[in-house]
Design a protein around this ligand. Structure first.
Ligand SMILES: CC(C)(COP(=O)(O)OP(=O)(O)OC[C@H]1O[C@@H](n2cnc3c(N)ncnc32)[C@H](O)[C@@H]1OP(=O)(O)O)[C@@H](O)C(=O)NCCC(=O)NCCS
Length: 138
């Protein structure tokens, strides 16, 4: 089940961040956040969103723990993000992804994101990122 995160998810989200990103992703509950709540297994994934004033939404981070990947949860989080952006009147959503994250890139492309540019050394020396965007459905 996808639901909005609440304050009680803080510890679970910190654990997820360490498991998935080795503490690399800096996201906070002040950002809009949806989680995948797998009942007895707890919170197994999350997506953090922000908006800027120019009708553009940003996906700050998305992650599902390993054993729950490729079961549709990532796509469900992207749908929740798109629904939320649509309600806010946002026209486009974008994200950055390290070019080595093959699974994530496949997931984004299947969802309808397209690569718009390459940012060299975005994550540090030799660690490049694609910028990907998708128009929000009407
Ligand atoms: C990116 C991520 C959130 C995707 O979540 P997910 O739950 O595995 O995604 P889904 O199950 O919804 O997959 C969507 C599609 O992408 C495909 N896909 C996902 N990972 C894949 C992989 N490693 N190899 C090939 N295809 C893959 C799925 O098969 C699916 O295609 P289908 O609809 O034809 O079946 C997850 O892989 C993840 O947490 N990765 C590590 C963290 C990360 O890289 N985050 C992104 C940082 S920008």
């Amino acid at each position: 089940m996808i639901r909005l995160a609440s304050g009680t998810d803080r510890v679970a989200l910190e654990i997820l961040e360490k498991l998935i990103f080795n503490g690399d992703a800096e996201c906070f509950l002040d950002d809009l956040c949806f989680v995948v709540d797998a009942g007895e297994s707890g919170v197994v994934g999350s997506i953090f969103l922000s908006t800027s004033g120019n009708h553009r939404g940003t996906i700050l981070s998305i992650g599902i723990i390993d054993e729950f990947r490729q079961q549709g949860h990532g796509t469900a989080l992207l749908e929740a993000a798109e629904d939320a952006f649509q309600k806010m009147g946002v026209g486009k959503m974008k994200l950055q992804v390290e070019i080595t994250r093959f699974g994530a890139i496949v997931c984004y492309m299947k969802y309808g994101f397209v690569m718009t540019s390459l940012m060299k050394n975005y994550y540090g020396r030799g660690r490049h990122a694609y910028i990907m965007e998708k128009r929000i459905r009407k």
